[in-house]
Write a protein that binds this ligand. Structure first.
Ligand code: M6R
Length: 626
């Protein structure tokens, strides 16, 4: 067992802080958090270990546990998966309070020092956090000024989280009690967070949330706090979900919940969980695919939080290269095509998009004047990696747009951009795709020297999505799916920015519902596919309010007059539609609005047809072979 006094030198690392400042980056994470307080006298660290194993799907690059024991604060941190740790390490750590954290970093270093919990200087306060403290730089400056100490003397890690224990510590020194210091700190945080704090000698945990998940489980003389219920489902099914900007004081004797703003008492609403443990890991949704579709507003919010410098550096590289090739496979190939279109229309730069497996023929054109831009969720797709290795041999620069830090593409690239959406578990790519679109849009605006405009647009998009992408939308689409579920064929048409979305819609429907689906550019219909249209043939028409609208309406008229049953995906209604899926009008970001209802449609078609949408037949999440 490691006690706090033995940890002091291990955790302090001024070099890490200097490296961090030099890199100008900060850590963003999805993460799983766990807290326990109760009359359980033994094996409290083991309890945290089991909980973190159940939360591992949320983050798995490093982990940490702290527990209050009669001998002092037990601390254990490590890089790697918690499930790789040996259970025996945690046995025999007795106590009544523990916190644990499983981390999924998307920016910056995966290291023991960056793993949670984070501490104040004398390590009496242990903090675990899921989310982003967006104003951490300002808070660092505040602490430096107030405490009159250098960064090196205060901060150990590269994380945004570490400001929290130091702020609590500062307010304690100002004469506030633990709860008051915690509340003052909470009021200063901007961004998203779920935070749990343990203080040596205090018999309770404090927690708060804004935007990031936090659920409380109530047992007999004990409480559990976690990012998701599976962490404690073996112990209790009575749960309550605190609201945004509410904080909790939890001891073995009871729980008190208050508003962070004005201290008003909030009555907890306890409910009984009826799911089994496996489905509970999906935050209450029946499948990961649905969970991931519905979390897109948040995923988009994370994706658009890019460092300006990173975007501008990538845009500079794109601008100065003679030949720009976007490359990806499957869904990522469709997003690569969108990259090409955005580069041309918003960024005024000619580019060409290729499907990874078809790139070999063009490898001979790669040279020092060209740039390969890889789009990939996993960063491990074999066909894309092969193209990148050809590029490397020829001195071609590489930019990658990725979700997984430390992946092969991350290591092979000169510049990397991360979508920061957290693990995508369902095989069908959903939230990664729209997050890729968001970053490609920002990049195109940076390329066109109008990044500010792009950021403004994307903030509006996120706001719209937060209102629109809800369970109500899912229910609405399920009704449409009921009507379409017995079809054998489904066609999707779109033009311009929505032509790649027509292709993406087809792949989504194919892979989970197993319905034969094909996407076409609207203008291609009369060159062949229109021969397939008969009375009742189902066609989805993607018709945004942009320059493609008039042509799309005329293509739809051609289909309608041949008897097609039209499902219009559009901000405006048209008499051509047999079904209308109304989407928000979000300008050049329309591919995001067109795609989300189709993802839901694919999902509901799969479920209605008795398929498991999370694990479609014949497919794997990551295609690491050619
Ligand atoms: O990890 P990647 O983004 O490189 O994966 C590429 C494709 O294998 C992937 O998008 C696949 O097409 C998805 N199953 C589509 O939903």
């Amino acid at each position: 067992m490691m006690l706090e006094h033995r940890q002091a030198t291990v955790f302090f690392c001024p070099k890490a802080w200097k490296l961090f400042c030099g890199a100008g980056c900060y850590i963003k994470h999805m993460c799983g958090i766990f807290g326990y307080v109760g009359e359980r006298q033994s094996d409290v660290a083991l309890l945290a270990y089991w909980a973190l194993r159940d939360l591992e799907y949320r983050g798995y690059d490093s982990w940490g546990i702290a527990a209050m024991t009669p001998e002092g604060i037990y601390i254990k941190k490590s890089v790697g998966k918690i499930s790789d740790a040996n259970e025996r390490e945690f046995r025999g750590v007795s106590g009544k309070i523990a916190v644990g954290h499983s981390r999924w970093a998307t920016h910056g270093g995966v290291s023991e020092v960056n793993s949670h919990p984070h501490f104040n200087r004398d390590r009496t306060i242990s903090v675990i956090h899921n989310g982003i403290v967006e104003n951490h730089n300002e808070l660092r400056a505040f602490l430096r000024e107030k405490l009159g100490v250098s960064h090196e003397d205060l901060f150990v890690s590269e994380t945004d989280t570490e400001v929290i224990p130091h702020l609590i510590d500062y307010f304690l020194r100002e004469g506030k009690n633990f709860e008051q210091a915690f509340v003052e700190t909470g009021k200063m945080l901007e961004g998203r967070y779920a935070v749990v704090v343990m203080k040596k000698g205090e018999p309770y945990l404090l927690a708060m949330r804004d935007g990031s998940p936090l659920v409380v489980g109530e047992g007999r003389d004990e409480y559990y706090l976690a990012s998701d219920v599976p962490a404690f489902l073996d112990h209790t099914r009575t749960v309550c979900y605190p609201g945004d900007r509410e904080y909790l004081k939890v001891s073995a004797d009871g729980m008190m919940m208050r508003s962070l703003e004005n201290g008003t008492k909030v009555e907890p609403k306890w409910i009984e969980i009826v799911w089994d443990k496996v489905s509970a890991t999906k935050e209450g949704h029946a499948h990961y695919m649905l969970k991931e579709i519905l979390e897109q507003p948040l995923a988009l919010d994370k994706a658009i939080h890019q460092e300006d410098e990173q975007l501008l550096a990538a845009a500079r590289l794109m601008k100065e290269r003679e030949h720009l090739f976007f490359i990806g496979c499957g869904t990522a190939a469709k997003m690569a095509k969108l990259g090409e279109l955005y580069a041309a229309t918003v960024g005024e730069k000619l580019a060409t998009a290729f499907v990874g497996s078809e790139f070999n023929t063009y490898g001979r054109f790669l040279d020092r004047k060209s740039l390969l831009f890889a789009v990939s969720q996993s960063g491990e797709t074999a066909d894309v990696l092969e193209a990148l290795s050809i590029g490397r041999k020829k001195g071609t620069k590489i930019i990658s747009l990725l979700n997984v830090v430390g992946s092969s593409m991350d290591r092979m690239s000169d510049q990397k951009l991360f979508i920061n959406t957290g693990p995508e578990i369902a095989v069908a790519s959903t939230k990664a795709a729209t997050a890729q679109i968001a970053v490609l849009i920002l990049l195109a605006y940076a390329l066109g020297k109008k990044l500010g405009e792009g950021k403004h647009l994307m903030r509006k998009v996120v706001k719209e999505m937060k209102q629109w992408v809800t369970l109500d939308l899912s229910r609405e689409i399920r009704i449409v799916a009921q009507k379409l579920k017995d079809t054998n064929d489904l066609y999707i048409i779109g033009r311009g920015l929505n032509a790649p979305i027509a292709h993406e819609a087809a792949i989504k429907i194919q892979e989970v519902s197993y319905i034969h689906a094909e996407g076409f550019p609207g203008g291609e219909l009369k060159h062949g596919p229109i021969a397939l249209i008969q009375k009742g043939t189902l066609v989805i028409a993607l018709i945004p309010n942009d320059e493609t609208k008039r042509d799309m309406e005329s293509n739809t008229t051609e289909l309608k007059s041949r008897g097609a049953y039209i499902i219009g995906v559009s901000p405006s209604h048209s008499p051509l539609f047999d079904e209308w899926i109304q989407v928000p009008d979000i300008g050049v970001a329309s591919p995001i609005a067109s795609l989300i209802p189709i993802q839901l449609l694919a999902y509901h078609l799969a479920v209605l047809r008795g398929n498991d949408p999370d694990k479609p037949r014949n497919l794997a999440k990551s295609v690491t072979v050619k």
